[in-house]
Design a protein around this ligand. Structure first.
Ligand SMILES: CC(C)(COP(=O)(O)OP(=O)(O)OC[C@H]1O[C@@H](n2cnc3c(N)ncnc32)[C@H](O)[C@@H]1OP(=O)(O)O)[C@@H](O)C(=O)NCCC(=O)NCCS
Length: 190
């Protein structure tokens, strides 16, 4: 009987210590090997959400972006499930809005945030955003971004995290495209 109790206790310990899918999740820096699977992931996002609004001529270059401080992916052991990057501020509208408000301090731009449709609502978007915001905090910079009005899930995510509305603007990004409305946000102080 005592032996049986011991075996059950050992079994239960080993079941408890077995890694769950959550524990296998890693947010890590993007590598060049991630780019090809990320283009495939982006195609799924584009089909489901219309993000990006127009499929880029060079999707790999679009993901790589310019002026990048850091880029992260969600890795659960297969192809990356999501991506985000953090960029040095250039002539982005949310950067201008942040500066027009007097900061405080400098900012960095969060962009190219996406999670494949099959892995949504498991906290991956939140975890990616947290990685980008942690890096911005190390640089003493406030994360800012803009988001198209149609990307309701992303807007809900930023609002849930207490990001501040900096304002909205409208632009026609493509000569033959519609006028789009975008919301600019700044992250709360960490
Ligand atoms: C925005 C996006 C990255 C969110 O990814 P995700 O992994 O599903 O997000 P999370 O699971 O971390 O969500 C965290 C919280 O955000 C909010 N949220 C996320 N998606 C939502 C949705 N569809 N509707 C309402 N709230 C939502 C919720 O508060 C959620 O918490 P909950 O699930 O406990 O309610 C994903 O929907 C996406 O890739 N969208 C298309 C691309 C895009 O619009 N990118 C933004 C560019 S600026």
């Amino acid at each position: 009987m005592v032996d049986r109790v011991c075996v059950v206790a050992q079994l239960s310990r080993s079941i408890r210590s077995r890694p769950t899918p959550y524990h296998r999740r890693v947010i890590r820096s993007r590598t060049e090997d991630d780019i090809e699977p990320l283009v495939r992931a982006l195609a799924l996002v584009a089909e489901a959400d219309g993000y990006p609004t127009r499929w880029p001529a060079d999707p790999a270059g679009w993901i790589r972006s310019r002026d990048v401080i850091g880029a992260w992916v969600v890795d659960e052991g297969g192809d990356p499930l999501g991506h985000v990057n953090l960029r040095w501020p250039r002539d982005h509208v949310p950067v201008r809005m942040w500066r027009a408000r007097g900061g405080p301090g400098e900012c960095a731009v969060v962009s190219r945030l996406f999670v494949v449709p099959a892995a949504r609502r498991r906290g991956l978007g939140l975890a990616l955003l947290d990685a980008a915001c942690a890096r911005a905090a190390e640089l003493d910079r406030r994360p800012v971004l803009d988001v198209v009005d149609d990307n309701r899930a992303a807007i809900a995510l930023y609002r849930r995290l207490g990001w501040t509305d900096l304002g909205t603007y409208e632009d026609r990004f493509h000569d033959d495209g519609p006028i789009e409305r975008l919301h600019c946000f700044a992250a709360p102080d960490r």
